[in-house]
Design a binder for this molecule. Structure first.
Ligand code: AMP
Length: 272
């Protein structure tokens, strides 16, 4: 992989990198497209990273579809697919972790303890291995973007982090590899999730500026749509802290459960 990257760089190409856990969908492919727009050589990695799954989470049953993924990436014009061997990636005495304090602690990090330590550690390793010029992440995982940006700044990775908008189904549901877990009935209930986020954006357009009020109203909308709410938070996407008032750039982020499936999404409240 390094030889291929070195050869591409020697030809004057920028190296673009899209890390994924596979079971690829149009959201991932949109990041590939973004990379190809500015980079002459695009690498996608597929690695279901055990470090970012907690005990009792879905690591074992996470969808794995290597052959289909590989074909989709070939169609998408990806130059290299990198599938690390888990045993070589994490030797039995693997001992190091990257901990990004504060930005990791709210929202997802509050519920999935250790999740962002796993994410930061795997992304740091992948960055060292691939050595891209730019890396591409989806805004769907808003806190992940904040954690990675902070890590890259704090640890001086010479890598530009770029983001892609969330790709949605026609009814608004954000594409996610985990949507495959939903039964047809659950899929219908799940449509209430983006609907509540769009409603929140409309409330802000109509003048709402109080984070607590908006969070409370959105929680009620989600619950009455039959969704179990893990959290609903107005955040500043750089720090993931809750602002006193809703201002430009603020986003509403939420996690809900439909049956056994957890869904994550967020929306810009006032465009910058
Ligand atoms: P994952 O395979 O779920 O770890 O996601 C790999 C990358 O794709 C991450 O940067 C995600 O934020 C991004 N991604 C996942 N779902 C979407 C989506 N619906 N739209 C855009 N990007 C996405």
């Amino acid at each position: 992989m390094r030889d291929r990257v070195r050869a591409a760089r020697n030809q004057g190409k920028r190296i673009g990198f899209v890390p994924t856990m596979g079971a690829l969908h149009e959201g991932h492919i949109s990041l590939v497209r973004l990379s190809r727009a500015s980079c002459g050589f695009t690498i996608v990695s597929i690695f279901v990273n055990p470090l970012q799954f907690g005990a009792g989470e879905d690591f074992e049953r996470y969808p794995r579809r290597e052959a289909e993924d590989s074909a989709a990436l070939e169609r998408g014009g990806v130059d290299l697919l990198y599938v690390p061997d888990p045993k070589a990636f994490y030797p039995p005495d693997f001992s190091t972790a990257v901990e990004v304090a504060r930005v990791s602690e709210h929202g997802e990090g509050g519920i999935r303890r250790g999740h962002f330590r796993g994410v930061a550690t795997v992304v740091a390793k992948l960055f060292h291995q691939v050595q891209p010029d730019s890396a591409f992440f989806g805004l769907k995982d808003l806190q992940q973007v904040a954690v990675i940006r902070r890590m890259v700044r704090d640890l001086d990775f010479p890598i530009t982090i770029e983001t892609g908008e969330t790709i949605r189904e026609p009814d608004g549901l954000a594409l996610s590899s985990r949507n495959a877990y939903l039964s047809p009935d659950e899929r219908q209930v799940a449509a209430g999730f983006p609907a509540a986020l769009f409603e929140a954006r409309d409330r802000v357009a109509a003048g709402e500026r109080d984070p607590g009020q908006l969070e409370g109203d959105t929680r009620l909308d989600l619950e009455s749509a039959g969704l179990a709410v893990d959290y609903v938070e107005v955040v500043d996407p750089q720090t993931m802290a809750r602002p006193r008032r809703i201002e430009r750039g603020c986003r509403l982020t939420a996690a809900v459960r439909v049956g056994k499936t957890r869904l994550l999404d967020n929306i810009a409240l006032l465009e910058e």
